[in-house]
Design a protein around this ligand. Structure first.
Ligand code: PLP
Length: 394
């Protein structure tokens, strides 16, 4: 038996999964709200929500019903044809992004949403203008192009040669960004708050300065809101905290509350660079995924989820900040990076948390990532923080 099968005690025989994720420690079989159950019936409080995906909690009845009803009605047609859920979700995204009217391309994941943005930047830039500048420590996906956009060179090494046309500059440094622009530059691609890189919030005014620089140099200002978008940080989109209007916004994770769907939104004048045949996907925004997104966005609006995420985020932040063993807490809303005191390895705390029934993530070697469902109650926050306290003291 491989490490995978040993760890979760699944079936005998070699593990059929490629070892890209390391051995899983648990097999989950059921979820409800902020709670997960493993195959032995043990219950876990989910402080990670599938890495900022299940913002409405697990098995939300309205999303489940929408998907079931859609499955009974129309599972799939080609993107050559219109479907109602897709149109509805595109309009809702455009309204929630705000600002000048835009158009949407639907994808299946965050990386694919960013691929669309990168291709759009190249098409918009025209011949010779193709370079996308992104930030050190950024994360934009694992396809070859989005991997190169990702500003973590250690992740590039094994996969050379990567597609050309990417350059990285230090995060949160406007002077270095200005210096990196040349005649080949088409766009700047940033996360408004870096997620995988450690939950790094930029200085006040940085994103505004980037917007101005892009205007001055005639570049697209593209924001990757795959992790931060759709209420996670206490606003519909994290860039709303900064009062900037990007040209392109990508999103995915929370959009389908667990059904795979991503989107690349662009201002109409930018989207017009694409012509039929320039980009496509079989499944992107297909009816099942789009019906999940339609229900998810409706419930998010009904609950005014950004407001709840902001309030719950304050409670979470102040409770976690007060714990022994916590050096500092970064982030906004319910996307928090917890820097552990004494450079304690975050992976150890995640493992210990799991053993105590608390699902946590890491954001770098010495930071925990806390990104629970946004519907989390005050009592559930208190319960999870008490478990974390116990784990940090052990
Ligand atoms: C900011 C950001 N962009 C892109 C991605 C890639 O998304 P996916 O894993 O859905 O391809 C992620 C995933 O964590 C992300 O956090």
């Amino acid at each position: 038996m491989s490490a995978h099968t040993d760890a979760v005690g699944v079936d005998a025989g070699p593990c059929p999964l490629m070892p890209t994720y390391g051995p899983p420690s648990v097999m989950f079989v059921r979820g409800e709200g902020c709670w997960l159950w493993d195959r032995d019936g043990t219950r876990y409080l989910d402080f990670l929500s599938g890495i900022a995906v299940c913002s409405l909690g697990h098995a939300h009845p309205k999303v489940a019903e929408a998907v079931a009803e859609q499955a009974r009605t129309l599972c799939h047609v080609s993107n050559l044809y219109a479907t109602e859920p897709q149109m509805h979700v595109a309009r809702t995204i455009d309204r929630l992004v705000g600002g000048p009217p835009g158009q949407v391309f639907f994808a299946n994941s965050g990386a694919e949403s960013n691929e669309c943005a990168i291709k759009l930047a190249r098409k918009w830039g025209g011949p010779g203008r193709y370079t996308v500048i992104s930030a050190g420590r950024s994360f934009h996906g694992r396809t070859l192009a989005t991997l190169h956009a990702t500003g973590q060179t250690e992740k590039h090494e094994a996969f050379q040669p990567l597609p050309e046309g990417f350059r990285h500059v230090p995060w949160d440094d406007i002077a270095e960004l200005a210096k990196a622009i040349d005649d080949t530059t088409a766009a700047v691609l940033l996360e408004p708050i870096q997620g995988e890189g450690g939950i790094n919030v930029p200085s006040d005014g940085y994103l505004q300065a980037v917007r101005e620089l892009c205007d001055d140099r005639n570049l697209l200002f593209m924001l990757d809101e795959v992790q931060t978008g759709l209420a996670r940080t206490g606003r519909w989109f994290a860039h709303h905290h900064d009062g900037v209007g990007p040209d392109v916004v990508t999103m995915a994770k929370a959009l389908g509350n667990g059904m795979p769907i991503g989107a690349c939104w662009a201002q109409e004048a930018v989207a017009a660079a694409f012509k039929p045949g320039d980009h496509a996907t079989t499944f992107g925004g297909q009816p099942l995924a789009a019906s999940a997104a339609k229900a998810t966005l409706a419930v998010m609006e009904e609950l005014d989820l950004p407001t709840r995420a902001a309030a719950a985020g304050e409670i979470m932040r102040s409770s976690v900040e007060a714990l022994d063993g916590v050096a500092s807490v970064r982030g906004r809303g319910l996307l928090l990076g917890v820097e552990l005191a004494g450079e304690r390895p975050a992976g150890e705390i995640v493992t210990a948390g799991m053993a105590e029934g608390l699902v946590l993530g890491t954001a770098g070697a010495t930071s925990l990532r806390i990104a629970p469902p946004l519907i989390i109650s005050d009592d559930e926050i208190a319960h999870g923080v008490a478990v974390l306290d116990k784990v940090l003291k052990s």
